[in-house]
Design a protein around this ligand. Sequence first.
Ligand SMILES: Cc1cc2nc3c(=O)[nH]c(=O)nc-3n(C[C@H](O)[C@H](O)[C@H](O)COP(=O)(O)OP(=O)(O)OC[C@H]3O[C@@H](n4cnc5c(N)ncnc54)[C@H](O)[C@@H]3O)c2cc1C
Length: 425
Amino acid sequence: MEKKTVIVIGTGAGGAVVANELQGKYDVTILEAGPDFKSFSGSLQKLASLRATGIYRDIAQIHAVVPNMVIDKTEEVSIVRGIGTGGTTTLATGNAVRFDDDLKALGIDLDAEFEKLYSMIPITTKHKKKWNAPMNKMFETFEEMGLNPHVMPKALKAEACINCSHCAIGCPTGAKWDVRELVENAVEKGAKLITDCKVTDFEIKDGNVKAVRARIKNRNVNYNADLIFLCAGGLGTPVILENSGIKCKESLFVDPLICVAGISPSFNQDKQMLMPFYSRHEGFILSPYIDYFSFFFDKKWRVPSSDLACIMIKLADEENGYLEGEKVHKVLSDKDKETFDKAIELCHEILINMGIPMEKHLVGITAAGHPAGMLPLTESENETLHSPLLPENLYVADATILPKTMGFPPMLTIMAIAMKIAQKF
Ligand SMILES: Cc1cc2nc3c(=O)[nH]c(=O)nc-3n(C[C@H](O)[C@H](O)[C@H](O)COP(=O)(O)OP(=O)(O)OC[C@H]3O[C@@H](n4cnc5c(N)ncnc54)[C@H](O)[C@@H]3O)c2cc1C
């Protein structure tokens, strides 16, 4: 008997898991908008030496240096995502944390899925042994201030990490784990991967997807399958749904971030992995993260990268963003701004306690990397994991279905819910 067919759209956190789970039981075809991922292999220092010429004007220029990195600019936040095999996980800093309280509150139990993921992914906190003295000093300052810092669990082969701080532009040694391993597994088991294939919309008939419409270069192509899994990410998925006449909720959240840096000669955070530890607060987390966006695109940050002692604030923002075609709209609410102000004050205090005076502090630009939440799961969907707005044979299995703002790394949780959805079949 012929196997049933499945199409998976996207190869990020959600798509890679679904394809790997289903290939074998089904014949899986994976449609991926971007090309294979390529790590940045040039010299950041050489690029930095050009800052004085004023050529770095627009954060979207980053795409020329890291072609898989795409920026969607909104009113107040520049949203970063990865387009290509591995999706945004290729740009992730490897933080691998469980954060599913809001899904649990809906009655969705992901214990078994997390257990399986822990057995598949090398998650470790052993990188602490490799921190340099300034990073240990920052950690101690957090401890002394009662900020309860935790070593960040990382999807990482710690022994291979060279502490280059390039995690978010592609790990040069392969030390950082990302979901490309699962895509490769699926392909080895027989899945067909079609890259540079951008899905535009669905032809829907009698309550089912009859055709997946896509563009390859300048060609229109159509695909069909018994089951479709849409995993194009928190911005990609809603565009495809809305193009197909399925209106999403205006509830986009993005976990916006702002970095506060102190200028401290030879702090050498540029020779450290990004986000080695974190500390949780009401509505935000703090974590050391060297802000290369501000370093390149904000004139005030024209100091050597080795002199930056930089703390990232990642906020759980209000769910208020929406799409107009492919244009993303996202503003910070008054509450978001108040929380940022409070967190920025705390960062100033930390840096002062580290001996860096206020006049040496810099506040960075507002960016984000966790777009999500435009077709949030609800309690009534806790068994089906399927929105009644969707055609019967179409499931969404990516950040789009997360129910609530997080302010915390979502990758592992997206993988767990995507696995649960795939395991229904
Ligand atoms: C710089 C950065 C660092 C981060 N670090 C971490 C971290 O350390 N830990 C963590 O938990 N999270 C991190 N994140 C967030 C995390 O990577 C994302 O939340 C997660 O990858 C989202 O998973 P997803 O499956 O929803 O989408 P994605 O991983 O973005 O995957 C979407 C996929 O769909 C493809 N696609 C898009 N549109 C189409 C289309 N029209 N047709 C076909 N394919 C399409 C894309 O190319 C991509 O492959 C980070 C994000 C950024 C930007």
